[in-house]
Write a protein that binds this ligand. Structure first.
Ligand SMILES: [Fe+2]
Length: 268
């Protein structure tokens, strides 16, 4: 997080997981020397971890939940590295479900061996659920909460990554923009209609870079913590994304609706 918000303290014994993560990514960085996408995902994982610490500082969880949530935040995207090495894309539809690959990688590398089974289950569950369009109903409250914090933290940092990538002077990176067509005036009407109806965007329907912006905006409907809603508002994500979209009456309507959705959730 840029600066400011307090972070939940690092639990005792957590340092070894940070060390494992560094060593794991170092292996990919060495094999794919000079590829910026490894650094993008390393930085993203570390920042999601800090975003989760900030959310937990604002909205504390019991010790088991805190440990599991921080593990899941740090490790949610470990599957991105083997995904990228093998397929050279972050598009799950063209490769593999990267959350399942994260789960598989953690199991294969025995990263969570020796942990309390309840913590391990919670962490792995939150990893697998982090990229679902929405959380399935009926989850155990501890899992819903851990997954909710990881998903919020992930969204906050994806916003940072995408806004930096979408800045007019940023060098193009087709991997980060998921190989979508960059046509300034073009967007898929179904995605705008979905946003206007308060629905979450569907990665599978994206064609243009503008569709990705509309999908990111739909996340105002899927933040589970008040701390994340506050951060969305304070960082101006909604305004900044709409400033990068075509100026039409429907877009203006969607902007007002997204701002209202963030506000409506305040304190909730
Ligand atoms: Fe992910």
């Amino acid at each position: 997080m840029a600066q400011g918000p307090a972070l939940a303290p690092l639990p005792a014994g957590f340092g070894r997981y940070l060390d494992w993560f560094s060593g794991f990514v170092d292996g990919y960085a060495a094999r794919l020397a000079g590829d910026p996408n490894i650094a993008v995902k390393r930085e993203h994982s570390r920042r999601v971890f800090d975003e989760a610490r900030a959310i937990l500082a604002a909205e504390p969880a019991p010790a088991t939940g805190t440990f599991a949530t921080l593990l899941a935040a740090l490790f949610h995207d470990v599957g991105r590295f083997p995904q990228y090495e093998r397929y050279r894309t972050f598009r799950d539809a063209d490769s593999t479900d990267h959350a399942r690959l994260s789960h598989l990688t953690l199991q294969r590398e025995k990263v969570l061996a020796g942990l309390d089974p309840a913590v391990r289950r919670l962490a792995l569950g939150a990893v697998v659920l982090h990229n679902r369009r929405s959380l399935p109903p009926g989850l155990a409250p501890a899992l819903a909460r851990a997954a909710g914090v990881v998903r919020d933290a992930d969204k906050l940092d994806i916003m940072r990554v995408m806004l930096a990538q979408l800045a007019p002077d940023a060098p193009a990176n087709a991997v980060v923009t998921l190989h979508l067509a960059d046509e300034p005036g073009a967007y898929t009407p179904a995605l705008l209609e979905g946003l206007l109806a308060g629905r979450l965007g569907d990665y599978g329907r994206m064609v243009y870079v503008n569709d990705f912006k509309l999908l990111l905006l739909s996340w105002v409907h899927d933040l589970s913590t008040a701390a994340a809603r506050r951060a969305f508002a304070e960082r101006g994500f909604v305004e900044r994304l709409f400033s990068l979209l075509p100026r039409t009456p429907d877009m203006a309507r969607a902007a007002a609706l997204c701002a209202a959705a963030l506000k409506a959730g305040e304190g909730g």
